[in-house]
Every structure is written in C-alpha cells, then in structure tokens.
Design a binder for this molecule. Structure first.
Ligand SMILES: CC/C=C\C/C=C\C/C=C\C=C\CC(=O)SCCNC(=O)CCNC(=O)[C@H](O)C(C)(C)COP(=O)(O)OP(=O)(O)OC[C@H]1O[C@@H](n2cnc3c(N)ncnc32)[C@H](O)[C@@H]1OP(=O)(O)O
Length: 303
C-alpha cells in the first residue's frame, strides 16, 4: 500500500517523459533539429534516468544509484514509477535496462533494508520487491537487460525477468542467485523465474550452492543469451530489440503471457503470505546475524 501511495504521489508530482522543448519559440531552427527533439525525451529521477526514442519506440533505463545500484525501497519505488509510466505510454514498445555505474549492473537487494529494520519496514520493502518483479515479468513491452557489470541475487532476478539478456564478456563480472551465501533463501518466485530460464536441475544446484557465474559460464547454462565486448553492448541490445519488435505485438505478448502466467499467478495468489514469510524469516536473530557477518565481509574485502 505504501508503495502504491508513493507511486500515486510521485506520479502526480513529476512530469515523466518530459515534453520535447519547443525550440521553435526562439526563432528559426533546422527542421531536423526539431524532429530530433520531438522524437527523443528524457526523464531523470535521482536513481533512474530514462531516454525514450519515439522514432524506434524504445526506451533505455539507466540505473544510477552509487555505489552499486542496490535495490533499496527508494530505488524500487522510482524504478516502478518509471516502468509504470513507460507501460502506460502506448508509443513505448521496448525497454533496455542497463547501469550507468562502472563494473556493477546491480548488487541486488539493499541488505541495509533487511538488517536491523522493524518488521513493518521489512514488510514494506518486500512488497516493493514483489512489485518490481510483477511489473517486469509481466510487462507488455519487450524487455532487454544490457548487463554491464556484476549482477548478484536481486540484480540477477531483475535480469531474469527480462525477455533477453546480454552481458559484457568480462571475467571479473558475475551473475547468479547467491542468496545462500548470505545465509538466506531465495523465495519460491526467484526460484521459479530462474527455473523457467535454465531448468530445474541447474537451478537446484545454483541455488543450493549460491553460485555466481562468469559471463562465459552464464552463457553456457543459458542464464544469459549473449555475451559481447563492452563497446558492443548497446548496439547488440538494440539489434536484439529490433528482432523482437519485428514480431507482431499481440502474438508476442500473448505468447509471453502464456509462458509466464502460471508463475505470475502462483506468486500473486501467495503474495500476502510471502510478505509474512519474508518478515518472519528475515527478522530472526540467526538470519540477522548472518546478514551482519556478510556485511562485515563486504567491508573487509574492500579494506
Ligand atoms: C523460507 C524463505 C522465506 C522467505 C524468503 C526469505 C528471504 C529472502 C530474502 C532475501 C533475498 C535477497 C536477495 C538479494 O538480492 S540479497 C543481496 C545480495 N547481494 C550481494 O550479495 C552483493 C554484495 N555485493 C558485492 O558482491 C559487491 O559489492 C559487488 C560485486 C556488487 C560490487 O563490488 P565493488 O567492489 O564494486 O563494491 P564494494 O566495495 O563491494 O561495495 C561498495 C559499497 O556498497 C556496499 N554494498 C554492496 N552490495 C550491497 C548490497 N547488496 N546492499 C547494501 N550495500 C551493499 C558495500 O558494503 C560497500 O559499502 P561501503 O562503501 O563499505 O560502506
């Protein structure tokens, strides 16, 4: 409810996909300049910026929340607002999600939202995580993840909700659902999303061991669809997008729905119980202790 209220308030306050500026008011301008301005629009919030090209119907969402694009409540709220607005804009047919930060796509859920927080805060946070997943996994747009850095846990989940994943081929980057390494358990809908992509057995091993894969390994198991050099990432994403957009929209959308609906329905039917499970699990002393140790490990590794 809080997320929905925040979405309503923010939507009312902010003009999204800001109208192209009317340069013609200032005198004579080149027609192509006007056209270009009319065809592109930009929206920026503190953690997300969106470039929308009306000539292609494709938006690029840049995650820009230093240091690691962790999915905090604020980040998720902004993310969902941006997504909802794009979804409502009939001229937007495709979305590419990428990071503006070097080396990191997204570090996954913000651990500080789960550590030392009240049950109420944890519950609100979890609803926002559910909302992000639901919106992305059932989006009518073609969604492409352009993964230009590490993408553990919730970052991997975000990528998995997209229709197509392209990752920069840098062995320093990794991707996977590594929750067990933090002493926590990936919820059933994280597991379902991964199993729908790479199959049951690979998911079982990956989740149990908290596996993080290099781009080459991720390609091998089908966790990502393509790996490319950094400089080719966006052009490859645009090419993939064009291929998906060339399919008649209704046929593509119905097929996506047919493939994903059972997973979406399972989650939505258990949504409330899932929040309760998360809150009671994450607030346990033993789990809080595991998160503390993991946070300390992250800090030590840095030192
Ligand atoms: C029975 C079941 C019932 C219900 C279900 C219950 C539970 C399920 C619960 C939760 C599911 C959670 C999924 C998640 O997403 S958990 C998050 C997992 N994420 C990670 O493990 C990533 C950790 N981070 C890293 O590995 C690295 O930071 C990196 C590879 C992403 C980037 O490396 P860098 O070297 O570039 O950066 P660092 O120096 O490591 O980090 C900079 C800075 O950022 C802090 N930080 C990193 N990640 C996070 C994060 N996820 N949340 C919050 N903060 C993070 C890090 O500590 C550094 O902070 P300081 O600058 O030292 O302050």
């Amino acid at each position: 409810m809080a997320l929905r209220a925040a979405l309503r308030t923010k939507c009312a306050l902010s003009g999204f996909l800001s109208q192209p500026s009317s340069s013609s008011r200032h005198g004579r301008v080149c027609a192509s300049t006007v056209l270009a301005a009319q065809q592109r629009s930009n929206s920026t919030s503190s953690k997300i910026s969106v470039d929308f090209d009306q000539s292609t119907g494709v938006a690029v969402m840049h995650m820009k929340s230093p240091p690691v694009n962790s999915l905090s409540l604020d980040f998720l709220t902004e993310f969902c607002i941006s997504l909802e607005k794009l979804e409502m804009d009939k001229s937007c047919r495709g979305l590419i999600i990428t990071s503006s930060l070097p080396k990191v796509f997204s570090a996954g859920l913000d651990i500080l939202e789960m550590y030392g927080k009240s049950p109420e805060s944890c519950g609100e946070f979890w609803k926002a995580v559910q909302e992000m997943w639901l919106k992305l996994y059932s989006s009518n747009m073609v969604t492409v993840a352009a993964i230009n850095g590490s993408s553990p846990a919730g970052g991997c989940l975000m990528s998995l909700t997209c229709d197509y994943r392209i990752m920069v081929d840098n062995p320093r980057y990794s991707i996977g659902l590594n929750e067990t390494q933090l002493g926590i358990v990936a919820p059933f809908w994280f597991k379902d999303t991964m199993a729908n992509t790479v199959g049951h057995r690979i998911t079982e091993m990956a989740l149990a061991l908290g596996m993080l894969y290099s781009p080459a390994e991720a390609l091998k198991i089908g966790l990502v669809d393509q790996i490319v050099p950094e400089e080719k990432l966006m052009s490859t994403a645009e090419q993939a997008m064009a291929k998906w957009l060339a399919i008649p929209a209704h046929a593509r959308q119905l097929t996506k729905s047919m493939m994903r609906k059972p997973t979406v329905d399972r989650m939505t039917s258990k949504r409330e119980a899932d929040v309760q499970n998360f809150v009671s699990f994450i607030t346990k002393d033993a789990i809080q202790n595991s998160l503390r140790v993991y946070l300390e490990m992250l800090k030590k590794r840095k030192a």
